[in-house]
Ligand binder design. Structure first.
Ligand code: NAG
Ligand code: NAG
Ligand code: NAG
Length: 227
């Protein structure tokens, strides 16, 4: 395996601000992106959002990724679509080889879904665009309104073991859908998540209808089941 790990200066700065508080706390997730198909050459270790891979010298050059957590890899900058929706990487630990896929040498931005604080912590990400694109509103607790994404949510991801309930009214009113996550175990690491790339198909809710979010299962209208 390669050994060249380069870290974004801004990230180093951000990490050093936290060292006093977070010594020895490992990152809850990472994504090692390889520049060669055999995945034995240099790689870049991503720990955080990367809206423009030109900053890392990795634009249009990712061929294989290995890591942990839920990551979205986009062919456009700033989590946008140039031609195809993003590649979804979801692994306790694993690799994805894009060599013979559309995404080969096409990735221009990437970000993770889930809590910044802990692996498999309870969390939700709401996206303005279908297929996890564009602006997001995210959190780990109840939201009586979803602020700038009010009636603008077109896709979502939940993380962690907790179910979440999504409402079409503010203050937990209107039509509601409770979502239990799927569970995966890869390479001995267990992870929970639910991905809804579109509202109608995966949530049974109208597009652009979500207005509030609550932790837990607060509706009889249930998707999935407890594990
Ligand atoms: C990736 O490979 C390309 C083509 O060989 C090269 O131009 C680029 O500098 C490499 N990027 C990194 C981060 O190694
Ligand atoms: C990725 O796929 C290519 C083409 O099939 C193959 O040559 C390469 O060895 C694969 N890489 C890994 C790490 O499995
Ligand atoms: C939600 O509840 C808050 C606090 O009770 C209230 O101020 C607000 O008007 C409510 N919003 C709606 C849309 O009912």
């Amino acid at each position: 395996m390669g050994s060249l790990v380069r870290v974004l200066p801004a990230l180093v700065a951000a990490i050093s601000c936290f060292t006093a508080l977070a010594i020895d706390v490992p990152s809850p997730r990472n994504l090692n992106a390889y520049n060669n198909s055999a995945a034995d050459g240099p790689y870049y270790e991503f720990l955080d959002y990367a809206p423009d891979l030109r900053d890392q010298g990795m634009d249009n050059s990712i061929k294989v990724v290995c890591g942990t957590g839920v990551w979205l890899l986009y062919d456009g900058y700033y989590y946008g679509v140039e031609k195809e929706g993003p590649a979804l990487f979801a692994n306790g630990y694993g690799c994805a080889n894009y060599t013979n896929s559309y995404y080969y040498d096409k990735i221009s931005s990437l970000r993770y879904a889930g809590s910044p604080n802990g692996f498999d912590n309870a969390y939700y990400n709401l996206y303005e665009g279908g297929g996890f694109t564009g602006n997001e509103f995210k959190g780990n607790k109840n939201a009586p309104d979803v602020s700038y994404l009010d009636m603008k949510v077109s896709s979502l991801i939940t993380s962690g073991e907790s179910p979440w309930t999504f409402f079409t009214g503010q203050n937990y009113t209107g039509e509601a859908k409770c979502v239990y996550p799927n569970v995966i175990n890869s390479d001995g690491v267990t992870m929970h998540y639910y991905v809804a790339g579109s509202m109608q198909y995966y949530m049974g809710l109208a597009d652009n209808s979500i207005r509030s979010v609550a932790k837990g299962c607060l509706s009889d209208n249930i998707i999935g089941h407890p594990h």
